[in-house]
Design a protein around this ligand. Structure first.
Ligand SMILES: [Zn+2]
Length: 398
């Protein structure tokens, strides 16, 4: 696989960034996070939402949940809800709650990571062993890595095909099994900062996907570019090869009445508590190395050896990485204050994911030189300065 064609980015988020960088006064997230909103006091939407969560009438929200589940519960042991789950702390919590607290019969579905870590695979196995039916889906490995390569080049994020597949698989399985109810964990847009469009809604429409999750272009755009650049051969796109990366036709979704709900709408979402819960009930274990590269936390996103590069490229594109996200979440949950958060961000954000770098290059079939060329191509002049041969953030959080 070689191409030296200089490919322009198709990440529509980048052209929408405010050239004037500022940070939330409460957390450590800046206005460079796509779709984030700030109020007149300089507080971001996610922090405001966290305040609202404290005052929310969770009792009546839970009643809504019971009404919904009563409508769908099979009662005879046949599957009545699809739960996309990796065996990670959040999805394990949701699946376990639905089964044991609400008497549902979940069919859990897993879109396989690009390259499983040992701890990721062990957590997945322990989750299934703790009493869940599961379908583990592996997409065509050759096409998948080529899609990841194209996405890395043109979107600065190899992670895209995983996002496509993970979102689409649940609906594909729902339609195949005739199970209209799908439960995801949290609405990331409102919990971590982004579009507030669905803030007071328990579910979202499939029509929102392209804009919210796919950076303005779905899998077919990747294939088109992949073919133009010679990375993907026409014969690799046999009929139907891409359907697993896309939601089923809208008429099929509507005929089934399939809906994807967020558990976080019905019950207060606290990632740290999900961690304790999953540890106790589904055998979840945190990172045995103590923390993940690029952050100080030890229990989120552990499954995939390539995961660190998704965060690292995010740091390059937006000036914020994984530690920013983790520290912001912890401020909102009241676990740390802003001063501690700033120190954590300065210490860990943008740390290079060295450990799996050779595996990542090999997976994408790229050279180290190509890797850095793409990375540097995503450094926007309003975010980065070059000091000698050192890149520096123009506006680090203070
Ligand atoms: Zn904030």
């Amino acid at each position: 696989m070689q191409t030296t064609t200089k490919i322009a980015t198709i990440d529509s988020q980048l052209s929408e960034l405010d050239q004037n960088i500022y940070f939330c006064k409460k957390c450590v997230t800046s206005n460079q996070r796509p779709r984030i909103t700030f109020d007149e006091e300089g507080i971001c939407g996610a922090c405001r939402y966290a305040e609202e969560k404290e005052k929310m009438d969770w009792v009546s929200r839970e009643k809504e949940l019971r009404v919904l589940l009563d409508k769908h519960r099979s009662g005879d042991g046949s599957f009545d809800v699809i739960v996309p789950s990796s065996g990670g702390k959040d999805s394990a919590y949701v699946a376990h709650q639905l089964k044991h607290e609400y008497g549902m019969t979940p069919l859990t579905v897993t879109w396989t990571p690009f390259i499983y870590t040992d701890i990721g695979r062990e957590n997945y196995d322990r989750f299934v062993q703790s009493g869940f039916d599961n379908l583990l889906f592996n997409p065509n490995g050759q096409l998948h890595r080529k899609l990841a390569r194209v996405a890395f080049d043109v979107k600065g994020d190899h992670w895209e095909p995983f996002t496509f597949g993970q979102k689409a698989l649940a609906f594909q399985i729902a339609v195949k099994f005739g199970i209209p109810l799908i439960f995801y964990g949290e609405n990331g847009e409102v919990e971590y900062g982004g579009s507030m469009k669905n803030k007071n809604k328990p579910f979202e429409s499939v029509k929102d996907w392209e804009r919210l999750y796919f950076k303005g272009a779905g899998v077919r755009k990747l294939v088109e570019i992949g073919q133009d650049t010679g990375i993907i051969k026409p014969e690799e796109i046999r009929s139907g090869a891409l359907s697993i990366y896309e939601a089923p036709p809208l008429e099929k979704i509507e005929a089934l009445g399939a809906q994807m709900h967020w558990f976080s709408y019905y019950k207060k979402w606290v990632p740290q508590e999900n961690f304790y819960y999953a540890t106790e009930h589904t055998g979840f274990r945190p990172n045995p190395e103590g923390r993940s590269e690029g952050t100080y936390s030890k229990y989120a996103s552990l499954d995939d050896k390539t995961d660190g590069f998704h965060w690292y490229l995010g740091f390059i594109k937006f000036g914020m990485g994984r530690a920013t996200r983790d520290a912001s979440m912890e401020i909102r949950a009241g676990h740390i204050d802003r001063e501690e958060a700033v120190a954590l961000v300065n210490r860990y954000d943008g740390e290079f994911p060295q450990k799996w770098f050779p595996d990542f290059l090999k997976y994408l079939d790229i050279t180290e030189e190509h890797f850095w060329k793409i990375c540097d191509g995503y450094r926007l002049p309003h975010i980065w300065d070059k000091d000698g041969d050192q890149w520096r953030l123009k506006r680090p959080v203070i």
